[in-house]
Design a binder for this molecule. Structure first.
Ligand SMILES: Nc1nc2c(ncn2[C@@H]2O[C@H](COP(=O)(O)OP(=O)(O)OP(=O)(O)O)[C@@H](O)[C@H]2O)c(=O)[nH]1
Ligand SMILES: [Mg+2]
Ligand SMILES: [Zn+2]
Length: 320
């Protein structure tokens, strides 16, 4: 039987599209395969353009929704670009959360300070982005004036895929419009509160003029993930010194981690944020079906372990 592989490029709910040989979207039918593919997956098709299998992905981006269920967002992604729009007040907590999410999925985030034309003095924002401590890959861009867009586009090597993450109205699709020949729908944000209108309602993979791929998804209002309550690596040096063997490092004043926070050795916002993630995770765990929770917990523990090892390896590679 004739079979070939194609990449899922759009998810319309009922209907999935793949890129054909000419990189054009084309509908496919899904057979009774156990798992539903997500945008970015490579699927095996029979001669009638029916999906008969999914290739193992080299990366999977997954979040937990507020009802406790797991939602795969994308597959086979090489970079995560996080959008921080400069047309509204910054939220350090939100910025940090997006970056922690990217890290939890095994990525060093690329930070896109978008809509720079609407911010007369972006310097404090740039400093704030650096102060988050998620690396130096920070870009000031405007899709309106073209500032920084070519430089950012050039970071995406031929054939590589960047997932665009950010709240609604952050300017994700507008940037995709600049970097891709393809048209993406865009709508103005509400003047009063700068909130987006959730213009993008489906997930789409678009090819850039330079041969890369952008995965544009709807703006995310909430962002939780499996293992979000895991102890950050930079805390471990302190928790290892904690004298209380059963300490949860959340409340005891003599806890070595809390003392380190008090001494400024760990930024207070980072510690407070972790406490928030721990509280939230216990709430989400209670919502999740107990059997599923225990299965997925085991699975995710292993995935995070692998990812940590991979990220540590990457860090080591960077030192060469
Ligand atoms: N001035 C200015 N406006 C921009 C820029 N980028 C986007 N916008 C405007 O901001 C609004 C929202 O942009 P979108 O690109 O739709 O935002 P999005 O992140 O894709 O939003 P969702 O699809 O809802 O998640 C639109 O009115 C855009 O024209 C920019 O660089 N400068
Ligand atoms: Mg959009
Ligand atoms: Zn402790």
């Amino acid at each position: 039987m004739h079979t070939n592989f194609a990449r899922i490029c759009a998810d319309y709910g009922q209907m999935l599209h793949v890129f054909n040989e000419k990189n054009q979207p084309e509908p496919v039918t899904s057979l009774n395969i156990e798992q539903r593919p997500v945008v970015g997956d490579w699927v095996q098709l029979d001669s009638h353009k029916r999906i008969i299998g999914i290739k193992d992905s080299y990366s999977q981006i997954t979040r937990i929704k507020s009802d406790g269920s797991t939602q795969p967002l994308a597959a086979n992604v090489d970079h995560i670009w996080i959008f921080f729009p400069l047309d509204r007040d910054p939220s350090l907590t939100r910025w940090e959360r997006f970056c922690l999410f990217a890290e939890s999925q095994g990525f060093k985030p690329t930070i896109v300070l978008s809509k720079s034309d609407l911010c007369p003095n972006p310097q404090p924002w740039i400093s704030m982005a650096y102060s988050l401590g998620f690396g130096e890959d920070i870009h000031l861009v405007s899709s309106e004036t073209g500032t920084g867009t070519a430089e950012l586009g050039a970071c995406l090597a031929h054939g590589k895929t960047a997932l665009l993450l950010g709240q609604s109205g952050a300017g994700k699709s507008s940037l995709a419009n600049v970097l891709c020949d393809d048209y993406q729908p865009v709508a103005p944000v509400r003047e009063a509160d700068h909130r987006g209108r959730h213009t993008t309602t489906i997930r789409r993979l678009i090819s850039t003029s330079a041969g890369g791929y952008l995965l544009d998804i709807p703006g995310l209002r909430e962002l939780s993930w499996h293992g979000q309550d895991e102890m950050p690596d930079e805390f471990r040096v302190w928790t290892d010194q904690c004298l209380f063997s059963d300490c949860n490092h959340l409340s005891d004043k003599s806890c070595a981690l809390i003392v380190a926070v008090g001494n400024g050795q760990i930024p207070l916002h980072r510690y407070e944020h972790w406490k928030k993630l721990v509280r939230e995770a216990s709430y989400l765990n209670r919502r999740e079906d107990p059997k599923m929770a225990s299965n997925s917990k085991r699975r995710w523990k292993q995935i995070h372990k692998n990812k940590r090892q991979k990220t540590n390896r990457d860090r080591m590679d960077d030192n060469w």
